[in-house]
Design a protein around this ligand. Sequence first.
Ligand code: ADP
Length: 265
Amino acid sequence: MVLLFNMNESSLKKKLSKLNFNNLRYFDSIGSTNDEALAWAAEGAKDLSIVIADEQTQGRGRLNRKWFTPKGSALAFSLILRPSASMRPHLSRTVGLAALSIADSISRIGLKPQIKWPNDILLNGKKTAGILVESVWSGDDVDSLVIGMGINVYKPSVPPAEFLQFPATSLEDELGSELIREDVLSGILGAFLHWRERLGEDELIKAWEELLAFRGGQVEVKSGGEVPVTGRVDGLESDGSLRLRDIHDKSVIVRFGDVSLRPSA
Ligand code: ADP
């Protein structure tokens, strides 16, 4: 039997205030938590403000691809970051910070997550969570960052197969036992606070690298309309870019952007 635990706004607030996430906007249903967070950030939301929704009707992936968040089954939230001076040189690592936070908390419940560079978390080769980082600019400077995370917690969060280009799963499917969404959320936010303090450290790149999916394997990276790059996954550069090795063992660096990584046939 699948037990759906409703999100309870007051217990959520209590739980998150213990982690110092005191500025919280909760919605039973919303278009997109990132849109709400971007608007709130532009109005001056404080660092570590958070928007959480039980359901998203217009959840977004990159390039306006859709992210499925049906009621009562997933985690969908967006964190607002106001980067300190010491974080500013390392903002290209933000997606890694988010990926590690999700991966760490999933590892702690006994699963073995991998990070499909740049922005997805896999369990058993299937997508379980996605990340969408967006920025609010003030002239040439980043004023704030919005980090959207979507995590498939219970079975009904997994989209129908016709919706997908890549197989998907949920924590419940992989764990085979019950878990509570709010506990998963606290785990992720706790890990986020831990890694955020280490944004500029080598340790973060190392931990991120160790979790890379397809490491040592051949992949194909598509970027917009360009010819796909193929190579063996070697590791990460210090800015979080992906390093591949081509057939001549030459390194090829793949920068962020709209890239889609797939194992090559
Ligand atoms: P990509 O997998 O190409 O990197 P994105 O990271 O932008 O794409 O994620 C959007 C894609 O993820 C959608 O086009 C859809 O195929 C898939 N998707 C949408 N919702 C979910 C979900 N809840 N779980 C797993 N995959 C999803």
